[in-house]
Write a protein that binds this ligand. Structure first.
Ligand code: ARG
Length: 277
């Protein structure tokens, strides 16, 4: 785990402790108190909307698409969010931000849930709570199509620049496994892909379905044969610590979707949507 990421988690934890302290000293009805946290679902219903935080640079999970001339955020994770909102009987509002700002947005109550292809790893679990896992990811390494023959093993990346999205598990993986490479972390995946296309980095660590999505839109980049051991944590929905009622509603929705084969359907749909012009 990167030092930066650890310190971010530490700051978030401190912020949440302070928040709890303030909440305890005020009247129990105020937002942030234990009873309010336990009644998160009620709060969302009263507001009439579920606010989703995501980083919409991650096809097929979440991405921007022009639909009838309007910019919309779509994808697999968004379909899951819609189902949760439907279950709660509220509207869905989407806030698009950088991935490394998502946990703070949950902590400060700017968003109610985060669905962003996020792995519930140990450090994040200290800062927020997670639903059950709804998807298992695989890591891959992408390079310029012209360089595919030169970049075949981790050794070939020694002394080279490797791009990753800031605050992600890919940043930690790169720091752990590519100790002799220079790691460049940026806020948005779209910017990292541009860096690769412009030869500012030599390779990118990306999750396989996302890599495939960018490759299909950019013929000048391609998948290397480099295999990275899977982290094996999978993707889950994040909520503010203590929102147990919300976690349990989300888990009910996830279970229903999986039992009905909808999860696979959503992935297939998102892939089709991604490829359509
Ligand atoms: N799965 C990785 C993580 O949890 C990366 C997720 C990035 N998501 C995104 N929407 N850009 O760290």
């Amino acid at each position: 785990m990167s030092k930066k990421f650890k310190s971010l988690v530490a700051i978030l934890m401190m912020a949440s402790m302070l928040f709890t302290l303030t909440a305890c000293s005020s009247s129990p009805k105020e937002e942030g108190s234990d009873s309010a946290a336990a009644a998160k679902v009620e709060q969302i219903k009263e507001k009439g909307k579920l606010v989703l935080g995501t980083s919409a640079d991650y096809p097929p999970f979440e991405f921007h698409k022009q639909i009838d001339g309007k910019d919309e955020i779509v994808g697999f994770d968004i379909e899951i969010a819609k189902e949760i909102a439907k279950e709660l009987g509220v509207e869905l509002e989407i806030k698009d931000m950088k991935f490394d700002g998502l946990l703070a947005a949950l902590q400060t109550g700017k968003v109610d849930v985060v669905i962003a292809g996020m792995n519930p790893d140990e450090d994040r679990r200290k800062a927020v709570d997670f639903s059950d896992v709804y998807y298992k990811e695989v890591q891959s390494v992408v390079t310029k199509t012209d360089n595919v023959d030169k970049i075949k093993t981790l050794d070939d990346l020694k002394g080279k620049k490797v791009g990753v999205q800031k605050g992600t598990t890919m940043e930690s993986i790169a720091q752990e496994k590519m100790t002799e490479s220079e790691i460049k972390a940026l806020g948005k995946v779209t910017d990292i892909v541009l860096e690769l296309k412009n030869d500012k980095v030599d390779a990118i660590v990306m999750e396989k379905p996302v890599a495939k999505a960018y490759i299909s839109a950019n013929p000048d980049i391609a998948m290397t044969g480099i295999e990275l051991e899977p982290e094996d944590t999978g993707f889950a929905v994040a909520v503010k610590k203590g929102n147990e009622d919300l976690v349990s509603s989300i888990n009910d929705v996830l279970k229903k979707l999986s039992d009905e084969g909808k999860i696979d359907q959503f992935i297939a749909d998102a892939n089709i949507l991604m490829e359509q012009e």
